[in-house]
Design a protein around this ligand. Structure first.
Ligand code: TRP
Length: 319
């Protein structure tokens, strides 16, 4: 019961603007900030730096999987397809797909960070002059209208980066179901980080150079920039333990002292040691992920993983 109530609060908070979400999330017990607010232009650039970290094995493992299996993936997707990417980021991975596909007709990157998306789309356009591009600035967890591309015979979704892991399993299932509807009968290629040695996971979210800490604290820096908030970044710590029972990394900002912080017209109180929950990153087994995909109405058709079983790519078809 408690959990259902909490989940409702979390989802309601997720639909608000940054200022509303921050005010509401910081008035909950325990405090939270929805993770989609990580990705302003500064946050997107920091996340890009995370992807290049030695400890963050996910990106290079997924890129290698895409490269190694591009031919097979392209033939499963089929010719004359239109690619819709959910949470497109730097638009780097999709190039591997576009280069392998036969006559790709169009590409619709969806991303919440408008200025970042415009920038990277402009660069992609230079390299793919014949591809119809239709960037959509928005939150892919909301119902979005995706315009149909001329000449495309099928739509394929692309959802890399294990972003699916940033949702709770029940919400992830609902999201996959909604994506299936947005894809109009087309399939979905999704990247999923796998359950593994907690020490490897811990290192990936607690890098030595402190980039992940800066990324987490960017929420507070963003509040200072956009909302005239009074967070002192030195007074908060990045804390990202692995919860083996729930099979997820949990990320927090921990107040290092008892403090009162200005936020817009009000004051938010923090106890010494009080944690603000900012993100979860759930890990799956190949089987447990295929199960939620099936519950979402997909048929899991193919799966690829590296030899160390660190990361997986799934091709799901619509039923
Ligand atoms: N989808 C990514 C993941 O869960 C997002 C991510 C990676 C992330 N590192 C992060 C989010 C650090 C916040 C902080 O792995």
């Amino acid at each position: 019961m408690m959990d259902a109530v909490r989940q409702d609060a979390r989802e309601a908070v997720a639909d608000l603007s940054f200022s509303q979400a921050l005010a509401e999330g910081l008035s909950l017990t325990p405090k939270e900030i929805p993770c989609k607010f990580f990705y302003d232009a500064a946050g997107s650039a920091l996340f890009d730096a995370i992807c290049a970290l030695p400890e963050y094995y996910q990106t290079r493992t997924e890129v290698a999987l895409l490269r190694r299996n591009a031919g097979e993936i392209a033939s499963l997707i089929g010719a004359d397809a239109e690619i819709v990417e959910f949470g497109a980021g730097a638009l780097r991975k999709v190039r591997i797909l576009l280069d392998a596909l036969s006559r790709p007709r169009g590409y619709t990157p969806i991303d919440i960070s408008g200025s970042y998306l415009r920038d990277v789309t402009r660069r992609l356009a230079v390299d793919y002059p014949n591809l119809a591009l239709c960037p959509v600035v928005g939150d892919f967890t909301m119902p979005l209208h995706i315009p149909k591309m001329n000449g495309a015979v099928r739509r394929a979704g692309f959802f890399p980066g294990s972003t699916i892991g940033n949702f709770r399993p029940d919400t992830a299932m609902t999201l996959l179901r909604r994506m299936r509807e947005m894809l109009d009968g087309g399939g979905l290629l999704v990247g999923v980080d796998l359950v593994k040695d907690p020490a490897i996971l811990h290192a990936a979210y607690n890098d030595a150079a402190g980039v992940t800490a800066a990324f987490n604290k960017n929420l507070l820096a963003r509040a200072n920039r956009e909302l005239n908030a009074g967070f002192d970044l030195e007074d908060f710590a990045h804390y990202a333990p692995y919860n083996p029972k729930a099979q997820r990394i949990e990320m927090y900002l921990v107040s290092l002292k008892r403090q009162s912080v200005r936020l817009g017209g009000r004051i938010v109180e923090f106890q010494a040691g009080e944690a603000v929950h900012t993100e979860d990153s759930h890990k799956y087994t190949i089987e447990s992920f295929r199960e939620i995909a099936a519950r979402a109405g997909f048929i899991p058709r193919a799966v690829w993983a590296d030899e160390n079983r660190q990361f997986s790519l799934h091709w799901l078809e619509s039923r």
